[in-house]
Write a protein that binds this ligand. Structure first.
Ligand SMILES: [Cu+2]
Length: 133
């Protein structure tokens, strides 16, 4: 691969600006379904539950097939991740406060409800929609 050297400071600045725009575009494309937070490398998405008993993102998406569910407890409260009608309605992954983990599940295309099954959490609002396509 050939490398180019900037012939003027102005060109270098322009290239840096272009790189910034590209980076911002990539970040914007991440949306709510990109696996970013915590130590959940390899996750299809990361669901983040907080101490207010809310999901930070109540709409998640994933491709059909093998889905690696990342779950992160942003605060000190434990959470789990259940998909209605999947895995016998048992938690796919559960984590203690201030930690994260992953669980793997096979999903067909469709729209699923997900929630946290720890007592009181679903009722407090820890419920959302997972779109698999
Ligand atoms: Cu919870």
């Amino acid at each position: 691969m050939r490398s180019f050297t900037a012939s003027s400071p102005a060109r270098a600045v322009a290239r840096a600006a272009a790189a910034l725009v590209l980076g911002a575009t990539l970040a914007a494309c991440g949306g709510g379904d990109a696996a970013e937070p915590g130590s959940t490398d390899g996750s299809t998405f990361v669901a983040v539950g907080n101490d207010a008993l809310k999901w930070e993102d109540t709409t998640l998406s994933a491709p059909a097939g093998t889905v690696v569910v990342g779950l992160e407890a942003a605060g000190s409260v434990n959470h789990d991740f259940v998909i209605t009608g999947v895995n016998g309605d048992a938690a796919i992954v559960e984590v203690a406060g201030k930690s994260s983990g992953t669980g793997t599940v096979e999903l067909e295309a469709g729209t699923y409800e997900f929630y946290c099954s720890i007592v009181g959490h679903r009722e407090a609002g820890m419920v959302g929609e997972l779109v698999v396509s």
